[in-house]
Write a protein that binds this ligand. Structure first.
Ligand SMILES: *[C@@H]1O[C@H](CO)[C@@H](O)[C@H](O)[C@H]1NC(C)=O
Ligand SMILES: *[C@@H]1O[C@H](CO)[C@@H](O)[C@H](O)[C@H]1NC(C)=O
Length: 387
């Protein structure tokens, strides 16, 4: 059947108008990528990115499936024209196995795949391979989403965000060996308004770490283990003034971790860790399901100092399970800058699977209250008289 000429023209005009609106897909194969796992595809990726960044309407950067792309450390730089960019990786991206063979930009090899100044970035469907660098770094970008990614055995930090505002991380799985140092799962610095949900992280360091400038961070449905738990800090090293606040963890499961929820600060620091709620925490054989440590020190010689990062307004609500150490709760605050406004409601922790009594260590808390069942007893808290 033949269309009248006017309809054809209209269709032609419509498709011409629609193409740029719908968001073009830029396939790295069209830019010379080989995807055989041996040839360096970095340049093809950079060329494709250059077009993606110039495109006007929601472009997609596509790394097609069933191939392995060898990529040297790269930075995908903005600022880009579109305020929404999809980075879709169906295939596998891998780094050269020999660090000596890496071609680093300006000889700086800190991270492998970085994004800088890219607002509205959505990264999905990736399977990353190992590198000796921070695997994925997103810097100075707003409204970024990361979903459905998996990382395996990266020997350095896995996902790092710094100087970002508005981040959603969901359905990420990270899997690294228990004995691998500095392999934090997700690390945030100077980053605000973040949701991290439905993530499963097993690593040799913190599952999630929040350092200076992390604010309004919501974490829910997190599974952590092995690893060092969810850590706030460390803060205040070298006498620095550092701040983390408005943190909410809800529904976190720690299995065989060294800590559950931890706040760690250095003697001599300034600033504060405050306004946090840790809720519905489950521990299975973690060493310290609850820990506040104002004397954090990772080397042998550390001295107490008059200054400390202030810890204030921290609530633990509904914490249950088993601990691997007899001391299941440790709240170690300093004489000079005690912890203030610590609230604990309904916690029930037992020492290892055999059901023995656990104990708690608690020092220098002002305005510490408990409510409901609190096992083990935490001596430095008072019974909350509220109904
Ligand atoms: C205590 O922290 C919670 C959680 O962030 C916050 O909603 C509340 O306003 C804080 N209270 C005070 C007095 O700052
Ligand atoms: C906790 O305190 C209560 C009341 O003082 C006491 O009966 C109980 O035995 C204590 N439990 C532990 C584990 O110390």
């Amino acid at each position: 059947m033949a269309f009248p000429r006017s309809t054809c023209l209209l269709l032609l005009l419509a498709s011409f108008l629609l193409t740029p609106l719908e968001g073009h897909t830029f396939n790295v194969m069209d830019y010379g990528a080989i995807g055989n796992g041996r040839t360096d595809d970095s340049e093809a990726f950079m060329k494709a990115w250059s077009d993606v960044c110039k495109a006007s309407a929601s472009p997609t950067f596509l790394v097609p499936g069933d191939r392995r792309f060898l990529i040297n450390p790269v930075v995908f730089e903005g600022r880009c024209r579109s305020k929404k960019i999809k980075f879709k990786v169906d295939g596998t991206i891998t780094a050269p196995s020999e660090p000596s063979k890496w071609k680093c930009i300006n000889k700086q090899c800190h991270s492998w795949i970085s994004f800088k100044h890219v607002d509205g970035l959505v990264i999905s469907d990736c399977m990353y391979s190992l590198t000796n660098l921070q695997a994925l770094v997103v810097a100075r970008s707003n409204n970024v989403q990361l979903h459905d990614l998996s990382f395996k055995d990266n020997p350095h930090m896995h996902v790092v965000f710094h100087h970002c505002d508005g981040v959603k991380i969901s359905h990420i799985s990270i899997d690294a060996p228990e004995d691998s140092p500095n392999t934090d799962g997700i690390h945030l610095k100077e980053t605000a308004s973040v949701i991290i949900e439905h993530c499963t992280i097993g690593t040799g360091d913190d599952c999630i770490s929040l350092v200076d400038g992390s604010t309004h961070i919501d974490m829910r449905h997190i599974k952590c283990g092995p690893g060092h738990g969810i850590s706030i800090g460390s803060l205040g090293k070298f006498g620095l003034s550092e701040t983390v606040e408005y943190i909410h963890v809800k529904d976190a499961q720690f299995t065989g971790t060294t800590n559950g929820v931890r706040i760690k600060t250095w003697q001599g620091g300034r600033g504060h860790a405050r306004n946090m709620i840790f809720e519905k925490i489950r521990s299975s054989d973690s060493e310290y399901p609850i820990i506040i440590d104002q004397f954090y020190c990772d080397h042998t010689e550390c001295h107490d100092k008059p200054n400390a990062v202030e810890i204030r307004n921290i609530s633990y609500i509904d914490v249950k399970g088993t601990s691997k150490k007899e001391t299941a709760v440790k709240i170690a605050c300093s004489d000079t800058v005690p912890c203030r406004d610590i609230f604990i409601q309904n916690i029930n922790l037992i020492y290892d699977q055999s059901g023995k009594q656990a104990s708690a260590y608690c020092k220098n808390v002002i305005n510490g209250y408990y409510h409901g069942v609190v096992r083990p007893n935490i001596s430095c808290l008072q019974n909350d008289k509220l109904p």
